[in-house]
Design a protein around this ligand. Structure first.
Ligand code: ATP
Length: 354
């Protein structure tokens, strides 16, 4: 039996369906992210699990108990919000102790637990400071310590790192993953940042318009996206609409501009219109005339460890990333070849609305 079980969870606001028929199982100790664009229902899902929003339909089970009708404070869930929500008039230690006081834990015990929680987030040296005397990253760590100190069976994180600048955010991602693995708390995080979801999670739940589109391990969601929505939302991609011209067994012929592409297909798709996807990092710029396609460089951005190219080709505009190997690559206006390895072009399993 899974630790957290969502069964056909639905939330309607008038005619608007914020979350539709969501079913999901999360195992004990797993780190799962809800990933999707703004308004797709991530926060509403989290709020229903926390008990702040009542589902219109469906049930929530935690550790074998139906908690759908329990009050938020009966659920014992730890929550960290984007805004930290620290009490400004309390010190770091008092903020972290708050949840224990609510549970009437004697001060002799809570002192040790607060110290342990602050050590976990490496803030034990700042316990007498007030939130206004802390950096954004430190405040976020206090919020995490405050949620973890009650040893919650489940930790809910709502965009916990989105107020931090890029560098700090990356550091905190690593720290958050380490802390979660150390404590082993089952964790569900909401984010619209795909790289954050991919780097932190055991599994990602990709949502769109209130519905779950794909649940997978990060590598699988990236390498085998179910449809064009996942393909474009989880990482960058180049998409092509094509027709399967000819199929023999699982091998099909597809025309990509002037190039006749052979591709593996999962079922009989002769004559079907399909979407093909190829990731920018799986394309390579070569000498003109030596690749599968030709094109001309329209834009080039230097991003430190790699270059991002926009290339006009016979099949339309292509995004191509090239590793920075310490030499200048193709420049704007250059005529180039574009090549890829066998297997780099993926056929998307089903069509989805854009
Ligand atoms: P974001 O990333 O912008 O926070 P989200 O994926 O968390 O978005 P939700 O906040 O869950 O999305 O909202 C899902 C949908 O439900 C949206 O269309 C939103 O406008 C609607 N919604 C959310 N709360 C309410 C409410 N209290 N009353 C009416 N509609 C609501």
């Amino acid at each position: 039996m899974s630790f957290l079980h969502l069964e056909s969870l639905t939330k309607r606001y008038g005619n608007n369906v914020a979350v539709q028929d969501m079913s999901l199982d999360i195992a004990q100790g797993e780190f799962v992210s809800l990933l999707g664009p703004s308004g797709c229902g991530k926060t509403t899902t989290l709020q229903m699990i926390a008990g702040f929003v009542e589902p219109s339909r469906g049930r929530i089970w935690m550790n074998g108990d139906d908690i759908t009708s329990c009050k938020p404070n009966q659920r014992g869930i730890g929550i960290v919000f984007q805004s930290y929500a620290l009490f400004p008039h309390m010190t770091v230690a008092e903020n972290v102790r708050f949840g224990l006081e609510m549970r009437k834990v004697p001060i002799s015990e809570s002192r040790q637990q607060v110290r342990e929680a602050l050590e976990l987030v490496r803030l034990d040296h700042l316990e007498d400071r007030y939130p206004r005397e802390l950096s954004g990253g430190q405040r976020q760590r206090v919020a995490l310590a405050r949620a973890l100190v009650i040893r919650p069976p489940l930790l809910l994180l709502d965009e916990p790192l989105s107020n931090l600048d890029a560098q700090l955010r990356e550091n905190m991602q690593i720290e958050l993953r380490n802390i979660q693995q150390q404590v082993g708390t089952t964790t569900l995080m909401v984010t619209h940042d795909q790289s954050e979801a991919l780097s932190l999670s055991d599994r990602v739940v990709v949502m769109n318009e209130g519905k779950v589109v794909q649940v997978d391990e990060p590598f699988s969601a990236y390498e085998n996206p179910k449809n064009n929505f996942v393909s474009s939302f989880v990482g960058k991609t180049n998409l092509f609409a094509c027709q399967i011209d000819q199929q023999v067994g699982s091998q099909a012929q597809v025309k990509l501009g002037d190039y006749q592409l052979e591709i593996s297909v999962p079922s009989d798709m002769q004559g079907n219109q399909v979407q093909l996807s190829i990731r920018p990092e799986k394309l390579e710029l070569t000498q003109e005339g030596t690749g599968q396609l030709n094109g001309r460089v329209r834009t080039r951005l230097f991003l430190g460890n790699h270059w991002l190219y926009q290339v006009d080709s016979s099949v339309g505009e292509l995004l191509i990333t090239q590793p920075n190997l310490g030499v200048q690559g193709a420049a704007v206006g250059d005529d180039v070849g574009i090549s890829w390895q066998e297997g780099a072009v993926r056929i998307l399993g089903e069509q989805a609305h854009d």
